[in-house]
Design a protein. Structure first.
Length: 94
């Protein structure tokens, strides 16, 4: 369901050396010109979450979102992350 690439794991490990430990949520964030995208943020688990333990981290994704995207790859990109869904969101037309 969730794949965490090594470079992304390294960035997360660095982040949590300076911030309190928490689970990491995969969520839908708006994108101005191309429609929604997936993103990551620290969060707490709720009863509608699927939970995945990977690379020493706990990842959360809502059951609804998991059904919509099927699986995700978390990849390092610049100073952050690219969260790639198996089933992409539709893009907005100009």
């Amino acid at each position: 369901m969730i794949t965490l690439e090594d470079d992304a794991r390294t960035i997360l490990a660095e982040y949590f050396t300076e911030n309190p430990a928490s689970a990491v949520r995969v969520y839908v964030a708006p994108r101005r010109s191309n429609g929604p995208r997936l993103a990551l943020a620290p969060d707490v688990q709720n009863e509608r979450d699927l939970v995945f333990e990977l690379g020493g981290f706990t990842f959360l994704i809502s059951e609804h979102l998991a059904k919509q995207v099927r699986s995700v790859i978390i990849r390092a990109r610049c100073a952050g992350f690219e969260v790639i869904p198996e089933i992409p969101f539709p893009t907005k037309s100009a």
